[in-house]
Design a protein around this ligand. Structure first.
Ligand SMILES: CC(C)(COP(=O)(O)OP(=O)(O)OC[C@H]1O[C@@H](n2cnc3c(N)ncnc32)[C@H](O)[C@@H]1OP(=O)(O)O)[C@@H](O)C(=O)NCCC(=O)NCCS
Length: 390
């Protein structure tokens, strides 16, 4: 929905990345569907003796979350060794305060000696569109790879995905970990969108250019800040702003998302409960009061080095007047003063998003790593998962 989905999952959970996308869940409302020769009580795989357990992280205790956080830090370190580890508190706050419309099913895997070595989830965002779409992810600790652990987690994911035949599962691969694309191709998934995490050290931002763009002040528009929750009188403007993200490049299976007041309230509640801060800037057309564009940045005091540049969009009929540059520069000027402890601004952009990259590149953003969206049709996923020997 407004911003990019898998990244919202990350943003909600651990990796304080800039972009967020919105969809998710995974309610397995499919008791009618024949499971793939799998029974929940058959937790111990005879072949590997790895044990798969369903978990509900929202109610999990700190001991389990600490094990999971250690795994996630190990996985994150492989992808970005330069990043500091994320504190347990970040994960705990996020999994305990997920928005209600995010429906997740998740599993952990324990090695024979009992240690937590892998995690998988599938998610669906309860909404009026995209109910065929699922987000999923599998992480296996490096020392436990190539032993069929991901295959077995995939079987759980496929089982929980739902009974309908139009389901598409999205995964996000990473170019710094070649196994992720190799695995996804093996299960029958194909690449549908290439994106990069782009970032700029704050010390390298061209403050002169930022100031120049912040002064653009295109005729006929004004800026409005939203610092906390979205006020009722701006709800309609924010919905238009978020829905303009539907014009950004996206994967094949995704339909337009439609934001609602309830969804925005859930985001506000979830963000407040985790202690994250957000600044939302709207460009409003003076004559009509209509939304012309927006940009959004967030900051988690528990990951103080990082500022997350979230969605930015200009409504198509208002493009070509410098509103994008004006919004981004005005936002940067403010948050660099307001959150001075940060050293890095991070965002995520589709490689095909030339207009956004044109702005970001001039501000100093450079690619850090690629995040590649892969999609697999449920039929292909079932075929691969069903072929797993038990
Ligand atoms: C991708 C990942 C989950 C694979 O986990 P795994 O437990 O090693 O995978 P499995 O042993 O179950 O292998 C499943 C299939 O993928 C293939 N595969 C897995 N890693 C591979 C690699 N590096 N190169 C080629 N093929 C690979 C396996 O050969 C196997 O194929 P088969 O069914 O023909 O036997 C793991 O490498 C990982 O955690 N990477 C980091 C996290 C990540 O990138 N996740 C994103 C993808 S969801």
């Amino acid at each position: 929905m407004h911003v990019d989905g898998m990244d919202l999952l990350r943003e909600l959970e651990t990796k304080a990345e800039g972009i967020a996308r919105c969809h998710g869940c995974a309610e397995s409302n499919d008791s009618a569907r024949a499971p793939l020769c799998h029974h929940p009580e058959m937790a111990v795989s005879e072949r590997t003796e790895y044990r798969i357990e369903p978990v509900d992280l929202a109610s999990a205790d700190d001991t389990l979350l600490r094990e999971l956080n250690d795994l996630q830090n190990e996985i994150a370190h492989e992808r970005a060794p330069e990043e500091p580890p994320i504190a347990l508190e970040v994960l705990a706050l996020r999994v305990r305060n997920r928005p209600g419309f995010l429906k997740m099913r998740e599993w952990i895997v324990r090695a024979p000696a009992g240690q937590l070595v892998a995690r998988g989830f599938i998610a669906r965002w309860e909404a009026d569109t995209n109910q065929h779409l699922r987000d999923a992810n599998i992480d296996v600790a490096p020392a436990h790879r190539r032993r069929g652990v991901a295959k077995r987690l995939l079987r759980e994911i496929v089982d929980a995905a739902g009974s309908s035949d139009d389901i598409v599962i999205e995964f996000a691969a990473n170019d710094r970990v070649p196994a992720s694309e190799a695995f996804l191709r093996r299960i029958g998934a194909h690449e549908t969108l290439r994106t990069h995490i782009n970032q700029v050290p704050i010390a390298e931002i061209d403050r002169g250019l930022v100031h120049e763009w912040a002064m653009l002040d295109p005729t006929g528009y004004r800026l409005v800040w939203i610092d906390g929750d979205v006020p009722e009188e701006l709800m309609g403007n924010v919905i238009v702003a978020y829905d303009t993200m539907n014009t950004a490049p996206r994967g094949e299976a995704m339909e337009d998302w439609h934001s609602t007041p309830d969804l925005i309230r859930q985001f506000d509640r979830s963000r407040n409960a985790t202690g994250r801060l957000r600044r939302l800037l709207l460009a409003i057309e003076d004559a009509t009061g209509a939304t012309a564009g927006f940009t959004e940045m967030s900051h988690d005091p528990l990951t103080p080095h990082l500022l997350g540049q979230g969605g930015t969009a200009v409504v198509p009929s208002h493009r070509g007047r410098g509103i994008g540059k004006w919004l981004k520069a005005t936002m940067l000027e403010r948050v660099l003063d307001e959150w001075p402890g940060a050293t890095l601004v991070r965002t995520g952009n589709a490689d095909a998003n030339a207009p956004m990259l044109a702005i970001n590149t001039r501000l100093g953003f450079r690619p850090a790593w690629a995040t590649i969206v892969y999609e697999v049709n449920i039929a292909d996923a079932r075929r691969y998962a069903g072929s797993v020997p038990v």
